[in-house]
Write a protein that binds this ligand. Structure first.
Ligand SMILES: [Zn+2]
Length: 175
């Protein structure tokens, strides 16, 4: 029986060396800090060594973030990969009829329910660590923001502070 939001990996956990591959699509529950325009789509692969369950995945979506300069919404593609290892305890049933191996998940936010991956929690964790640190609506610090032109405070020095810092750094390196 398929449980909602759970990806059953028990077959991999009980059969070390057996690789499972899944196509995933999830909208994620409504998030305060995440504004997804498209569902997160990708693949999850799982294989167990007997002691460790290796879970690798690759996802893509589109998100809206705020421009770091003017705060207007910026839509951008987001692709990320995840590569996690989860401890497995017990003897896989493939080795002994009356045994059973299980994933030991000690994350603050649970990622497993028995040997099933809680897909949304897992995907959310990957999304959050891979969010762009700084997006600009114009695509670079060179041009002005699309929504509001830069205020010309320093006409005699058009360089952005970030570039002045960079120039100072380069001067140090060459001296
Ligand atoms: Zn902007």
């Amino acid at each position: 029986m398929k449980r909602e939001g759970l990806l059953e990996l028990n077959e991999a956990v009980q059969h070390p060396g057996k690789k499972l591959r899944f196509e995933i699509e999830t909208e994620l529950a409504r998030e305060e800090d995440l504004d997804l325009i498209e569902p997160v789509r990708g693949t999850i692969e799982a294989v167990s060594t007997g002691n460790i369950l290796l879970v690798k995945s690759r996802f893509a979506t589109r998100i809206v973030t705020e421009c770091a300069r003017c705060g207007s919404p910026v839509e951008s593609p987001l692709e990320f990969t995840m590569d996690d290892q989860f401890q497995v305890e017990g003897v896989p049933s493939a080795y002994s009829h009356d045994s059973f191996a299980y994933v030991v998940a000690d994350e603050p936010e649970p990622l497993f329910e028995q040997n099933a991956l809680i897909v949304d929690n897992y995907v959310r964790q990957g999304l959050i660590v891979n969010l762009p640190q700084q997006t600009l609506c114009s695509g670079s610090w060179d041009g002005p923001c699309q929504s509001e032109p830069l205020i010309a405070e320093e006409d005699d020095d058009p360089g952005h502070p970030a570039f002045k810092g960079l120039a100072a750094l380069r001067a140090e390196e060459t001296s």
